[in-house]
Design a protein around this ligand. Structure first.
Ligand SMILES: NC(=O)c1ccc[n+]([C@@H]2O[C@H](COP(=O)([O-])OP(=O)(O)OC[C@H]3O[C@@H](n4cnc5c(N)ncnc54)[C@H](O)[C@@H]3O)[C@@H](O)[C@H]2O)c1
Ligand SMILES: [Zn+2]
Ligand SMILES: [Zn+2]
Length: 337
């Protein structure tokens, strides 16, 4: 079987290996069907992810089919499955708080252990969720990024009637939008790319702000009668957007942060104390897969056609290059097996 490995910075190669055998700990052999390419996969390839270890098979947005089972299982051969890319120790404080996504010993599939850019892999069934076999793979490959949106909106505790700002209409901002709109609320989304904003509007955003030609703070003040948004979620993740998030959020509001940047932002205490802001991190997801799959199977994301390009596994190196060079043409590119 074929796999693609990042050996070192900007060096990705094909390898030919034996198909692995399922065993007691990794009891399911999965045949890979589609893998979504995420910004973090590109960061690993370009040497910009300090958490990843090399050499690494990347890919954590993965759907496949159960090919072989070791021993007893609730799954059946032929079942379509999506991979929950985290495994945790079960013993640390976070795990005991039922928040395994921030486990001290967290292992992320495709980051700390080999991921989905290979024709077959073994995994424990705890990390597999069945998806109705009628759902096209082009749709089910979006489940993982949708769980990131589910987590961010869950952390934000969105209430009916809230006004929400999402900064950034990239794939993550859009996955947050799709979840925010499951509650009756007003969603404002900002970006500097008009094509992305137009797509966000088509996907349910109530108001779009192009920050190329308008000032975010004054626009938000206008829209909210100077109150600010009740929730701001940062899906751009720069020090500047983090600062803006705290500046445009109303008293008693929530500011959700998704970034991994190490550079500090300049945030003063005044708006946080004066407005009793709650600032929350949102990392990957906890227990969001089942809910997202249910919404998907019930048609809640039927018009969410995020996938814009499909590449064959043999063309994966070109695919990464294409995404880097054509940011406005690519919403989500996926690899087809
Ligand atoms: N915490 C998590 O679990 C998690 C998971 C996945 C991704 N992320 C992070 O989420 C962020 C977004 O991911 P993505 O894949 O959507 O990225 P992306 O780069 O595809 O999209 C970012 C969007 O922000 C826009 N943008 C840039 N500067 C802006 C600004 N100042 N104001 C408004 N919009 C601006 C860009 O035009 C683009 O459309 C990344 O930083 C990524 O690291 C976090
Ligand atoms: Zn991803
Ligand atoms: Zn733990």
């Amino acid at each position: 079987m074929k796999k693609v490995k990042v050996l070192s910075k900007n060096n990705m190669v094909f390898e030919e290996t034996e198909i692995p055998k399922p065993n007691e700990t990794r009891n399911i052999l999965v045949k890979t069907k589609r893998v979504g390419i995420c910004g973090s996969d590109r960061h690993i390839l370009h040497g910009q992810n300090p958490l990843a270890t090399l050499p690494r098979v990347v890919g954590h947005e993965v759907v496949g089919v159960v090919e072989e089972i070791y021993g007893e299982s609730t799954l059946k051969v032929g079942q379509h499955v999506v991979i929950e890319p985290i495994s945790s120790c079960g013993k640390c404080y976070a795990c005991k708080q039922n928040r395994p996504n921030v486990c001290k010993e967290l292992v992320v599939f495709g980051v700390h252990e080999d991921g989905g850019l290979q024709e077959y892999f073994t995994i424990n069934e705890k990390q597999l969720h069945p998806v109705n076999n009628d759902i096209p793979f082009e749709k089910s490959v979006l489940i993982e990024p949708l769980t990131i949106g589910a987590q961010a909106t869950y952390r934000a505790n969105i209430q009916v009637g809230d006004t929400i700002l999402i900064q950034g209409a990239g794939p993550i901002g859009l996955c947050i939008l799709k979840h925010a709109k499951l509650t009756e609320c007003t969603v404002i989304i900002s970006d500097l790319d008009q094509t992305r904003l137009d797509y966000a509007k088509q996907q349910g955003a109530d108001i779009t702000i192009n920050i190329k030609n308008s000032d975010l703070i004054s626009e938000i003040n206008k829209i909210t009668n100077d109150e600010g948004v009740n929730v701001s979620i940062d899906a751009v993740c720069t020090p500047k957007t983090f600062e803006l998030g705290t500046q445009v959020t109303s008293p008693a509001g929530r500011v959700v942060v998704l970034g991994f940047a190490e550079q500090p932002a300049q945030i003063s205490q005044l708006p946080i104390t004066k407005n009793e802001l709650t600032i929350l991190g949102s990392r990957l997801q906890t227990h969001q897969f089942k809910g997202v799959i249910k919404h998907l199977e019930n048609g809640a994301f039927d018009n969410f056609d995020l996938v814009t390009q499909q590449f064959e596994l043999n063309d994966v190196i070109d695919a990464f290059k294409f995404i880097d060079e054509n940011p406005t043409e690519v919403r989500k590119a996926i690899i087809k097996f």
